[in-house]
Write a protein that binds this ligand. Structure first.
Ligand SMILES: C[S@@+](CC[C@H](N)C(=O)[O-])C[C@H]1O[C@@H](n2cnc3c(N)ncnc32)[C@H](O)[C@@H]1O
Length: 220
C-alpha cells in the first residue's frame, strides 16, 4: 500500500518533470545488443521483404536497439523500428533518463531507409500495425512491476497482450525469465487462444543474465 503510493508519486513526478542530464554517450555495440542479435538469429526465422515494421515493447533505455536493427536490416531494404516505454523518464544512477539514453542509441541508426522511434508512452496508446513485435520480459506477475517502480494500476498483462496482438501482422517474440513466469505466460496465451510456438529455454553465448529465459513465437 505504502510502496504503491511511493511508486505513484515518483512516477508522476518523473513523468511530469522529464528531468535528465543531456547528451548521453555510450557504446552502441554492447553485450545487450549482441545478445539480442544472437537470439533473433537463432530463434526468430523471417523472410526477406522490401519493407518491414517492428515494435519493441518495454524498451527501457533501448541499449539493445542495434541488435534488433542489424537483424531486421538483413531482411529488408526499408525498416521502421519503434520502441515504446511507459517509464521513459526514470533516471539511471548517472542522472540520465532512459529517454535521453535511448536518443543516443537510436541516433546513429537513423537514415534515408530507416525510421527509428522511441515513444515514451503506454503500449495501450500505440495504434499502428507492425509486421513483427519483440517483447522482452513483460511483467506477468505484479511483484517485479512494483519492484521496478511502476504503480500497480499498470499491472495488466492480459489487456497488454490482447492489445499487442491487435497490432500484430505476422509474428511476435515473447521472452520470459524463470520457469514460473514462463508457465504463467503460457496459461495466458492458452486462455486467449492465440496460436503460438513454444521455443523452450532460450540458449545463448551471453553470460549477462543469471535467470533462465524461455520463449514463445505468437503467429497471426
Ligand atoms: C522487465 S522490463 C524489460 C526491459 C527491456 N525490454 C529489457 O529486456 O531489458 C519491462 C519494461 O516494460 C515497461 N512497461 C511496462 N508496462 C508497459 C506499458 N504498458 N507500456 C510500455 N512499456 C511498459 C517497463 O517500464 C519496463 O521498462
Amino acid at each position: 500500500m505504502f510502496n504503491d503510493f511511493k511508486n505513484k508519486f515518483d512516477f508522476y513526478i518523473r513523468t511530469k518533470t522529464k528531468f535528465s542530464k543531456k547528451n548521453y554517450s555510450g557504446n552502441i555495440n554492447n553485450p545487450e545488443s549482441e545478445y539480442l542479435f544472437e537470439i533473433l538469429t537463432n530463434y526468430f526465422p523471417i523472410d526477406f521483404q522490401e519493407s518491414i515494421s517492428v515494435l519493441d515493447i518495454g524498451s527501457k533505455n533501448w541499449a539493445y536497439v542495434k541488435g534488433e536493427y542489424d537483424f531486421f536490416k538483413n531482411y529488408s531494404t526499408q525498416l521502421i523500428l519503434d520502441g515504446v516505454e511507459i517509464d521513459a523518464y526514470r533516471l539511471n544512477s548517472n542522472f540520465y533518463s532512459r529517454y535521453e539514453i535511448a536518443q543516443f542509441y537510436i541516433k546513429n541508426l537513423q537514415g534515408v531507409n530507416n525510421e527509428i522511434n522511441y515513444y515514451p508512452d503506454n503500449l495501450l496508446n500505440i495504434n499502428k500495425k507492425y509486421d513483427y513485435i519483440i517483447w522482452l520480459l513483460p511483467f506477468i506477475t505484479i511483484y517485479p512491476l512494483q519492484k521496478w517502480g511502476l504503480p500497480k494500476k499498470y499491472f495488466m498483462p492480459e489487456k497488454l497482450l490482447k492489445h499487442a496482438y491487435r497490432l500484430l501482422n505476422k509474428q511476435m517474440l515473447i521472452i520470459n525469465q524463470t520457469e514460473s513466469e514462463m508457465n504463467i505466460q503460457k496459461e495466458l496465451l492458452d486462455k486467449l487462444n492465440f496460436k503460438y510456438e513454444y521455443l523452450g529455454e532460450i540458449k545463448s553465448s551471453s553470460s549477462l543474465f543469471k535467470e533462465k529465459r524461455f520463449g514463445f513465437i505468437i503467429k497471426k
